[in-house]
Design a binder for this molecule. Structure first.
Ligand code: URA
Length: 202
């Protein structure tokens, strides 16, 4: 089994937080182990808790459409959440839950080693753009080392609010060119040097 598969099995056994008692299924994440882009949402909702898969409800269908707008589908990226268990009644994740789950997310990022991390919503944004407000930071990127971090609104928030929907659609369209910038420049081979002619050789 792949390193990521093994990690997801370990995540599925985690009982660090009280919400482990009320969950139906853990939602570790899914997608390509070698994905160039990793999307990080907030927490599983009811549908995700039923299926053990991220973003499979209404917000997920919208995320699929957004991905399609840039020619991608979810199997080509990796989708995870800040916390892996559903908070009861879809309440916000607690700071202790975010802290407990952080190690799992860091390990996922380490294994996948994406060129670009896209945060969906404010909880995910707060991890990589600390102290920033989502209304200011959405649609902007910051490069740290070899990785580009990019903040977007959460698809669930944008789904029913027309102005946010326009923003999230426009922000998604910026991803391909940011990703192109994150790829290493192609190696330019030096042209073959003309052979030195030895005038004295017959
Ligand atoms: N919202 C999230 O943040 N994550 C999911 O997986 C589903 C809805």
């Amino acid at each position: 089994m792949s390193a990521l598969g093994q990690l997801c099995e370990q995540i599925a056994l985690c009982r660090q937080c009280d919400i482990a008692k009320s969950r139906n299924k853990v939602v570790p994440g899914e997608g390509a182990e070698n994905a160039e882009i990793m999307f990080i949402g907030e927490a599983p909702g009811w549908h995700e808790d039923q299926q053990g898969r991220p973003f499979v409800g209404a917000a997920g269908q919208f995320l699929d459409k957004l991905l399609a707008s840039i020619g991608l589908d979810r199997r080509q990226v990796y989708i995870a959440n800040v916390i892996k268990c559903r908070p009861p009644n879809n309440r916000d994740p607690l700071p202790i839950e975010i802290r407990n789950c952080r190690g799992w997310l860091d390990r996922q990022i380490e294994i996948i080693s994406p060129r670009m991390i896209v945060t969906l919503g404010r909880f995910s944004m707060a991890m990589f753009f600390p102290g920033k407000s989502i209304s200011k930071v959405h649609g902007t990127a910051s490069r740290q080392g070899d990785v580009i971090y990019y903040a977007m609104y959460h698809p669930a928030a944008a789904l029913h609010q027309q102005s946010l929907r326009q923003d999230i659609e426009a922000d998604m369209l910026k991803i391909p060119s940011l990703l192109a910038q994150a790829r290493p420049a192609p190696e330019i081979k030096a042209p073959p040097q003309p052979q030195q002619l030895n005038m004295f050789e017959v």
